[in-house]
Ligand binder design. Structure first.
Ligand code: MOS
Length: 752
């Protein structure tokens, strides 16, 4: 029988001097001065330029490419097609776990969606590569594409999202609906959306024998490294990825994409460093998107307005060859108490690129339908929407019956409503006008997103010069991770921010997991926290076991770490600096590793979610139907806030995306060709400043002792949930017209 290691008490680390401070971004000056080097800013010696040729049809095969014409163009170095693409060690269509995205790497002449890569042209200049790609002038055998939600046979997907069951039932929905005093049966539609971060997917790849060096934006360095290792048949240790800055990701950079891998293939083939950058229109297809949904919600209440049944069914679509299904119905698991709930999904396979997680996958789409339906149900019951929500407040997670690890949603409702001025809202529609005669409407929505956590590692070092270092391969997509995580690191090492080095963003550092699922701060933060605790424990061992230390005999658990010093707990006059401890021990530095992972027993016991309440005002031109969002106020509870400035920015960004979801954003598919006809940022509308005059985010204090030791729940995605529903509800309140097809456009208001 083996003995378990002794569990000695750990030193106490005095937190709080860095965590909670509204620091500005540590990389802010680099970014605003243009000194930050993004992937495509790298120009290694001997660089060649690769440009993709993409399919202009959605289904069929490439019958001919004029490779000769492309190759004869001055400056063209190589043309890569399925005919000459070097063999890969792994089938790009193989999928061994749900955290994989099948890739189009020129494995055949089949075309399975519009904008699929069909060739790569490599040249001395970008211009020559672009012209070479145009000269390929593909000829196709065209088949009729299937692109609409009703175009194919539907089926129940084996799972939705990244592995949730596609159907979950509790109670007898049919019976409760039949017996309900008030009933609702409505269908909402949400459009396809494309992530479109400012920085398109880009890669600079260089091979040196079997060593691969890459500059590319990534939300998951170790996963990208593993995927490339598999495809090229080399050890992950041979692959070095640098991803210091990302111009946004929103989920689209969670998996390394086909175009990025094609850049690596091109570099191997031409034996030179190669740069490949997607043009904006090339972002619409091969790098993921949010699939459209059609969601049917049925609800019933008793005579007092208490929900007795919620049924939420989503039809969505995936590609013909891969399996991401938008888990929109899952939004109904969390928010409203009801004795009977059913959530289900069905799907059709269509000729598009594979959908992917896109900011708040499931909750963003699902909360639009759910929050609109709740508003409709409140109206059917003759109740104010906030009163109705409070009457149906879930004190335990409705679908699982688990208590919440924490839930300050009631406070969010109160604080948000106060700030917005909700109390003066007339119950009936069309009651408010501004001085210019515009119809004014107020609506609200509830925001929710799970508090997730993944696995991560970090390495902490304390040095004899009194400085500390934290190393973790974390990802800053612009959200401020390197600022917030450095704050956690400084507290974990009991040092000031100025006294620590924070190394991050490369694949040789400890794996920080994925910057996704709103879980990066919790996941990477807990690894950092644990690494700091481990190195301070090791340092305390050095001091307390040394007869020459003033802390001798205090015991590891008998010391407190604060400001670069250890103090005896019961007598602070006994103390010694980190530097002195290391110096006397003859050590230049001391290091330790820390890990993080979700606690399975806490997850078994508690439901863990962030929450929020969003209130919106719109003004609608009664003649033209033009809609303006004039005010949005969101109040959010997301556990401990590491950096209020970064958090506010995340929440505002999410809420503005909610405005976009409600009123602007959609990809238009040409049903005959299967092509997206607005594959550019001129016609794929997103809100500009004038579209969002006032948006305000409040955070509500929430202490959660179950999610993780730091109490972090995550804020990356919750802001987009709730807002679009709030705006739709405000449009209804202004006009009396209920639009159930998103985005809400003016024609839908004036045709009645
Ligand atoms: Mo987010 S869609 O998990 O990057």
């Amino acid at each position: 029988m083996s003995e378990s290691p002794p569990t000695s008490p750990m030193p106490h680390i005095r937190h709080g001097s860095n965590i909670g401070q509204p620091l500005t971004r540590r990389d802010g000056i680099l970014k605003v001065t243009g000194a930050a080097r993004y992937a495509a800013d790298n120009h290694p010696n001997g660089l060649a330029y690769a440009v993709l040729a993409l399919s202009s049809i959605a289904r069929g095969r490439v019958a001919f490419l004029d490779v000769q014409a492309a190759k004869s163009h001055p400056g063209v170095v190589e043309v890569i097609t399925p005919a000459n693409r070097p063999a890969l060690a792994e089938d790009p269509d193989a999928k061994t776990n749900p955290f994989m995205f099948k890739l189009d790497l020129l494995q055949s002449d089949r075309v399975r969606y519009a904008n699929q890569p069909i060739a790569v042209v490599v040249a001395e200049t970008l211009e020559a590569a672009t012209e070479g790609a145009a000269l390929l002038a593909p000829k196709y055998e065209v088949e009729d594409p299937i692109v609409a939600l009703d175009a194919g046979e539907s089926f129940v997907p084996p799972s939705v999202g990244v592995g949730n069951p596609s159907e979950i039932y509790k109670g007898d929905v049919a019976k409760k609906l039949a017996a309900a005093a008030n009933r609702l049966d409505v269908t909402y539609e949400t459009p396809p959306q494309y992530h479109n971060p400012m920085e398109p997917h880009a890669i600079v790849a260089a091979w040196d024998g079997d060593m691969l060096s890459i500059d590319t934006p990534s939300q998951a360095l170790a996963m990208a490294q593993g995927r490339l290792a598999g495809l090229f048949g080399i050890s992950p240790d041979n692959i070095h990825i640098r991803s210091p800055f990302l111009g946004g990701g929103f989920g689209s950079k969670g998996f390394i994409s086909g175009p990025q891998v094609l850049g690596v293939i091109a570099a191997r083939m031409v034996g030179r460093p190669v740069k490949l950058v997607l043009r904006r229109e090339q972002m619409f297809g091969p790098v993921g998107h949010r699939a459209p949904t059609r969601q049917t919600i049925r609800m019933g209440t008793d005579a007092q307005g208490k929900l007795t049944a919620i049924a939420h069914h989503t039809r969505t679509q995936s590609s013909t060859f891969d399996d991401f299904f938008e888990p929109a119905s899952d939004a109904s698991h969390t928010l409203y108490a009801s004795p009977a709930i059913s959530t289900s999904h069905d799907a059709v396979r269509v000729d598009t690129g594979t959908p992917l997680f896109m900011r708040a996958p499931g909750e963003a789409t699902g909360s639009i339908a759910l929050e609109s339906a709740i508003d409709e149900m409140a109206n059917a019951c003759g109740m104010d929407p906030l009163t109705f929500r409070l009457a149906n407040y879930a004190d335990v997670e409705p679908i699982s019956g688990k208590p919440f690890s924490s839930k300050a949603l009631r406070e969010c409702y109160t604080r948000g409503a106060e700030r917005f001025g909700w109390a003066g809202r007339p119950l009936r529609t069309g009651q408010m006008r501004d001085r210019d005669g515009l119809l004014v409407g107020w609506g609200m929505g509830t925001a929710t997103f799970p508090a997730l956590m993944f696995q991560a590692n970090a390495k902490a070092t304390l040095r004899r010069d009194g400085q500390g270092m934290m190393e973790i391969g974390a990802h800053d997509m612009g959200q401020g991770a390197w600022t917030a995580l450095a704050q956690i690191a400084a507290d974990a090492l009991a040092l000031d921010m100025e006294a620590i080095a924070f190394r991050s963003g490369t694949s040789d550092l400890p794996d920080a997991g994925i910057a996704g699922g709103s879980a990066h701060t919790a996941t990477a933060g807990m690894a950092i926290h644990n690494a700091g605790a481990a190195v301070i424990a090791a340092l305390a061992d050095l001091a307390t076991s040394d007869a020459k230390s003033p802390l001798f005999g205090a015991g590891n658990g008998g010391v407190i770490a604060r400001g670069g010093c250890l103090y005896a707990r019961n007598d602070e006059s006994r103390n010694e600096s980190f530097a002195d401890i290391l110096s006397r021990a003859g050590r230049d530095e001391i290091s330790a590793q820390g890990q993080s992972a979700a606690d399975p027993s806490a997850q078994e016991t508690y439901a863990m979610h962030s929450h929020g309440a969003v209130f919106a005002e719109v003004k609608v031109d009664p003649d033209l139907g033009q809609i303006r969002t004039t005010r949005v106020v969101g109040a959010f509870a997301a556990g401990r806030i590491i950096n209020p400035r970064m958090v506010e920015s995340q929440l505002l960004g999410g809420m503005i995306w909610g405005v976009s979801f409600a009123l602007h954003e959609q990809a238009h598919m040409d049903r005959r060709s299967g092509r997206i006809i607005n594959a550019n940022l001129g016609e794929y509308y997103i809100p500009v400043n004038a579209d969002v005059p006032s948006v305000e985010a409040i955070t509500v204090e929430e202490v959660d002792s179950h999610v993780n030791a730091l109490g972090i729940k995550g804020v990356g995605e919750i802001g987009i949930t709730g807002t679009a529903g709030a705006i739709a509800n405000a449009v209804w309140h202004a006009t009396g017209i209920r639009v159930r097809k998103f985005p809400i456009t003016l024609d839908q208001l004036i045709t009645g």
